[in-house]
Design a protein around this ligand. Structure first.
Ligand code: AMP
Ligand code: MN
Ligand code: MN
Ligand code: MN
Length: 278
């Protein structure tokens, strides 16, 4: 099967490598089709496309949009997008605008538990001033020596219910699918196994997503356990979703799975790339 890796992050969001370095790493690791999917941001795609072309690496323009659905944050990946589409560009700009005030609030809450200067501290790890994320705060908290890894930072400081967690309203599910479709792309629910919904809520999410024109779910991802690969393969079959595969690589030493490092999709699912000509 094609080694498709359709989910990763660069310094244009919360990854630690440039798009050029990611392209080189994808090629080196044997990726056959590569998509870059920064959070709420398409600014790195031109560089990624150029770097991939120079390496003869088939490239797919992508994005990972943060949304709020039924009180939880959900991520929707868009693939094969035209990143110059005005509807998409405007939509992403509007949702990114909420990040700066949220970051100030995160810093204020961390200050209350004795972590001073977190806003400035996080900014040291930010390349794109429009996209300050919890990952940047997490790197600062690690630098302070309060935790050893990202997992522990989210478990103790930044995850839901922890002192640095600030509830936030992102775009809507319909917004995200509309923007992706306006840009000619296909919408895929990212790492469904990470959300804490009841079976009933998951069923509603999948059906609503479909009714808006969403077509796929990630089945094999760095954010799923091995058991979840099979579970979501069955979901893909039951709901007639295309199946996607992506490492969700953020950088060396920060991600469980490297670019191109996932096992193949389980048998019996239809890959999102089935009609892409590769
Ligand atoms: P934000 O969009 O600012 O809420 O940040 C979300 C990002 O934090 C995700 O895209 C992940 O990269 C990272 N993240 C969330 N939870 C965890 C976790 N438990 N361990 C490591 N990284 C996490
Ligand atoms: Mn991330
Ligand atoms: Mn995600
Ligand atoms: Mn991601």
């Amino acid at each position: 099967m094609l080694n498709a890796d359709l989910h990763c992050h660069s310094i244009f969001s919360d990854g630690t490598l440039t798009p050029t370095a990611l392209a080189a790493r994808a090629k080196e690791n044997g990726v056959d089709v590569w998509a870059m999917t920064d959070h709420d941001e398409v600014g790195g795609l031109a560089e990624a496309r150029t770097a991939a072309a120079a390496l003869d690496l088939p490239f797919v323009a992508g994005v990972e949009i943060s949304i709020t659905w039924s009180g939880q944050t959900v991520h929707i990946v868009g693939l094969q997008i035209d990143e110059t589409n005005e509807t998409l560009v405007q939509g992403l700009a509007s949702t990114r605008g909420g990040r700066e005030p949220r970051a100030r609030e995160i810093a204020a809450q961390l200050e209350k538990i004795g972590i001073k200067g977190a806003y400035e501290g996080a900014l040291k790890f930010v390349d794109n001033p429009d996209l300050i994320s919890r990952t940047h705060f997490a790197r600062y908290i690690i630098e302070l020596g309060l935790c050893n890894n990202l997992h522990d930072v989210f478990a103790n400081y930044l995850g839901e219910g922890k002192p640095g967690f600030v509830p936030h309203r992102w775009a809507s599910l319909q917004n995200s699918v509309d923007w992706i479709r306006a840009a000619g792309g296909i919408a895929v629910i990212a790492h469904p196994g990470r959300y804490k919904f009841t079976d009933l809520a998951f069923d509603a999410l999948f059906k609503e997503f479909k009714s808006f024109g969403g077509v796929g779910i990630e089945v094999t991802t760095g954010s799923h356990t091995v058991d979840q690969y099979d579970f979501y393969a069955k979901v893909a079959k039951d709901y007639d979703f295309l199946a996607s595969r992506g490492s969700d690589f953020h950088g060396p030493g920060e991600s469980r799975v490297d670019l191109g490092g996932l096992p193949p999709l389980p048998t019996g699912v239809k890959p999102v790339w089935h009609n892409w000509g590769w």
